[in-house]
Design a binder for this molecule. Structure first.
Ligand SMILES: [Zn+2]
Ligand SMILES: [Zn+2]
Length: 351
């Protein structure tokens, strides 16, 4: 079978491997779709603290496929079931895992980070993942591409749920990538009265606006703070989400929050970056500054239902698809910042 193997920063190759053998307590999945995420690109560029020097790993934590083999000690799963996974596998024993927060486990393993993930034709679902509840059967009506994108949606949902958005809220989304697209869709599904998206390119803003924005702001053409104050009648925004790894977006969001505003610092910044904030504004205006990373099994289950019910159409952010033999090209394409979401289709072969 073919596998796109990460062998250290900047080194990704398409290798021919044996189909992995499974142990009695494991399941083998034939992968039908896997999506490239910002985290994959970050690992490709600079590695990851969970991937040791000299280690190799198949990246890809957003994926869906079909069970083709079930270990003799596994019950409750069968060949032919269509499945997707929650990538972060908690240790099961720490305080965070005990609270159901597998994404906050300090000792986690994860598909596509230190366990071989989705950019290969067949993937082993480990015993720890099965016992941890990380494998999900996908609804009959959901295709593999949509199921693949439940994972990034679930990370958005994790941050979103604590913002308690209502129809009274003005929501600001800073960034125009797929994550921003999901937040626009969530804002629409939750009935927010105004949804403003900020980006740097008109073409991208036009592309993304259809997902749920009421207003678009090009930060290269206008002063973001002045323009959004104008668009909100001087009120500012009730909710803000920063969806690109740029410190200035965090500063803008803070400047634009209205009294009692809430925000989520969704995109992480480069290590060591410090942003100054006016804590008196937080204090006197009763702001809630939140952060989130990854998603729990519960976030994933709830996001799966949002997609199943049709309230969120995750596939709208997909702009490019590559066959397995072009997996390395797919990475080059995504690394060049082209398009929104790029998919690899492991069972397809391009001429
Ligand atoms: Zn991801
Ligand atoms: Zn744990």
């Amino acid at each position: 079978m073919k596998a796109a193997v990460f062998k250290g920063p900047g080194n990704l190759t398409l290798d021919e491997r044996d189909i992995p053998a499974i142990r009695d307590e494991e399941v083998l999945v034939k992968v039908h779709a896997a999506a490239i995420c910002g985290t994959d690109l970050k690992i490709h560029r600079g590695g990851h603290f969970r991937v040791g020097e000299g280690d190799t790993v198949v990246l890809g934590h957003e994926l869906a496929g079909e069970i083709v083999k079930v270990g003799s000690h596994v019950s409750g799963w069968s060949v032919g079931q269509r499945v997707s996974v929650v990538p972060n596998i908690g240790c099961g024993k720490c305080d965070m895992c005990r609270r159901g927060l597998n994404n906050m486990c300090p000792d986690y393993d994860a598909f596509g980070i230190n366990v071989d993930g989705g950019f290969q034709q067949y993937m082993v679902v480990t015993a720890a993942a099965l016992y941890g509840g990380n494998l999900f059967e996908i609804p009959k009506t959901m295709d593999y591409e949509a199921a693949t994108l439940v994972e990034p949606l679930s990370c958005c949902f994790n941050g979103w749920k604590d913002l308690h958005v209502t129809p009274e809220d003005r929501v600001l989304v800073l960034g125009t990538g797929p994550i921003a697209g999901f937040f626009l869709q969530l804002a629409k599904a939750y009935g927010a009265k105004q949804v403003i998206v900020v980006g740097r390119r008109d073409s991208r803003l036009e592309e993304i606006a259809g997902l749920g924005a009421t207003d678009t702001v090009n930060s290269c053409k206008v002063d973001v703070v002045d323009e959004i104050m104008r668009l909100t009648g001087g009120a500012g925004v009730d909710v803000a989400l920063t969806c690109a790894p740029a410190p200035e977006l965090q500063v803008q969001a803070m400047a634009l929050l209205a009294r009692y505003g809430r925000m989520n610092f969704f995109s992480g910044l480069n290590k060591g970056t410090i942003v100054e904030i006016d804590t008196n504004k937080v204090h006197y205006w009763g702001l809630k500054l939140l952060g989130s990373t990854g998603s729990s099994i519960e976030d994933y289950a709830r996001s799966l239902r949002l997609v199943e019910s049709g309230q969120i159409d995750v596939t709208q952010v997909v702009t490019h698809r590559f066959a397995m033999n072009r997996a390395v090209d797919a990475f080059d394409h995504a690394l060049a910042g082209k398009g929104m979401k790029t998919l690899v289709l492991p069972q397809e072969e391009a001429a």
